[in-house]
Unconditional design. Sequence first.
Length: 79
Amino acid sequence: RRHGRLIAREMDLFAPPSWLAVHIGQNNYPEGLDPLIEHRGIDAREYLAKLRAGMAAEAARLPSHETYIAGLIGAAAAA
């Protein structure tokens, strides 16, 4: 809980991505960065900021939910 490190064990019920989803679903977030991140040779905050910006840019290019659903309904009606 303190650093958000997921430890994978051979007989775990879930894989690490699933454990992460479980923790996020329970609003269980790390209290701080894992100290090992300092030894990875990347700036985690900068990397995550770029990732977030890229995801926002892609999402902005997509149609709205309403437009997408209307297109599905229109396509189904035409079929």
